[in-house]
Design a protein around this ligand. Structure first.
Ligand SMILES: *Cc1c(COP(=O)(O)O)cnc(C)c1O
Length: 395
């Protein structure tokens, strides 16, 4: 086996998994790894959750795809379930986070053009991540990811993170703003948690200016931050809410939800996706939403608090650790220097973690993790960090 026929777009680790169960992944040599990544906030119910496997296999045996030329019963049910947990009014289904954000960006454009705004412009934030398609790459606040792909898409203006006044000030220099697109918690950007009143203040500003508040909950949603969507915990209903990642627990599905001023923007012919919302994806996601809501989300905040507390205890004497922060079960351990080596050091200890924004160890364990597994996760993280400190001190 070799990767000669793959485009080298990823610097892959030398691991090849053949099986997963709960928080555990097993490689082809039978070695077990505690999963602190969940396929990048995707397998929130853990690997091969029986309710998801059952829904997926049952639906695969009866009907996989028909297209959006016809009604799709499971799509209607999933839309209702997502609107129920979010307070949103309608859903459009697609197949990824970037696609969900593309839908949001198109809604903002159409909303602006209908209101006769000349070159409608969307406010996006520094260090944001919204995807890899041309428009979402433009919205992403990472010069390295954008380099070489110019010309980027027009119609975006950038503001600093967690600064509502800076966004308000943009209105003085730009009379064409129609929407603000933000992540309630920045994941790729380094597990950044905003002030507690941030979303509520953004909601107020958008109401005042008649801008659409568009929240990217691709990573923060589906229980990851302790409620089904992070905006609900903040008591905020946006105009546009996008999600993907955890929605299918590994089955590729995304959604763009609308309410209020955005509810009636799209009509017949405005947007589409051939696969989007097919019976297989929607039956699977319905099982995910149902299981998350009834069995898993109620304990996420307690687990997150325990994990953070244990990490603080285990890493208390380590000077290189600058901050431990999180919301629900997205947790960042920030060091005082870049630490890509942590990934391999953790792997040697049977633990999968991701390092983002250079120096932030990002922990995204499956939400079904139990107390014993939390203790093991902390032990292995602390062990890897101490090994990194020894390496650095020896160098
Ligand atoms: C991962 C991510 C995306 C992109 O999702 P894809 O499914 O990879 O296209 C968009 N926004 C946020 C906040 C993400 O974390």
């Amino acid at each position: 086996m070799n990767d000669n026929y793959l485009m080298p777009t990823y610097a892959r680790q030398p691991l090849n998994f053949s099986r997963g169960e709960g928080v555990w992944l097993y490689d082809t040599d039978g070695q077990a790894y505690l999963d602190g990544v969940s396929g990048i906030a995707v397998c929130n119910l853990g690997h091969c959750h029986p309710a998801v496997t059952r829904a997926l296999t049952r639906q695969a045996a009866s009907l996989v795809h028909t297209s959006n030329l016809y009604r799709v019963e499971h799509q209607e049910s999933l839309a209702a379930a997502l609107c129920q947990v979010s307070g949103m009014a309608r859903a459009f289904f697609c197949n990824s986070g970037a696609e969900a954000n593309e839908a949001a960006i198109k809604i903002a454009r159409l909303y602006g053009n209908r209101r006769k705004v000349n070159t409608p412009t969307i406010v996006v934030l520094e260090n944001a991540f919204h995807g890899r398609t041309m428009a979402t790459l433009t919205a992403t606040g990472n010069a390295k990811a954008q380099a070489g792909f110019e010309p980027l898409v027009s119609g975006f203006v950038r503001a600093p993170w967690n600064d509502v006044d800076a966004i308000r000030a943009l209105a003085d220099s730009h009379d064409n703003i129609v929407a603000v697109l933000v992540e309630p918690v920045q994941g790729e950007g380094g597990v950044r948690i905003p002030a507690p009143d941030y979303l509520a203040r953004l909601r107020q500003l958008c109401d005042e200016k008649q801008w659409l508040l568009m929240l990217d909950e691709v990573q923060s949603g589906n229980g990851r931050t302790g409620s089904y969507f992070a905006c609900s915990a903040a008591g905020v209903v946006p105009d546009v809410l996008t999600t993907a990642k955890g929605l299918g627990n590994g089955f590729p599905i995304g959604a763009c939800l609308v309410s209020g001023a955005a509810e009636d923007v799209f009509g017949p012919g405005s947007h589409g996706s051939t696969y989007g919302g097919n019976p297989l994806g929607c039956a699977t996601a319905l099982a995910v939403v149902d299981t998350l809501t009834r069995e898993v989300i109620p304990s996420v905040n307690a687990k997150g608090a325990l994990l953070q507390q244990r990490l603080r205890e285990a890493l208390s004497g380590v000077a290189m650790v600058q901050d431990i922060r999180g919301q629900g079960l997205i947790i960042g351990v920030e060091l005082d220097r870049d630490c890509p080596e942590i990934v391999a050091l953790a792997r040697d200890r049977g633990l999968l973690v991701n390092v983002t924004a250079g120096r932030v160890i990002r922990l995204l364990p499956p939400l079904v993790i139990n107390d014993e597994e939390i203790a093991l996760l902390v032990e292995r993280v602390a062990d890897a960090v101490r090994a990194f400190v020894r390496q650095q001190e020896a160098a």
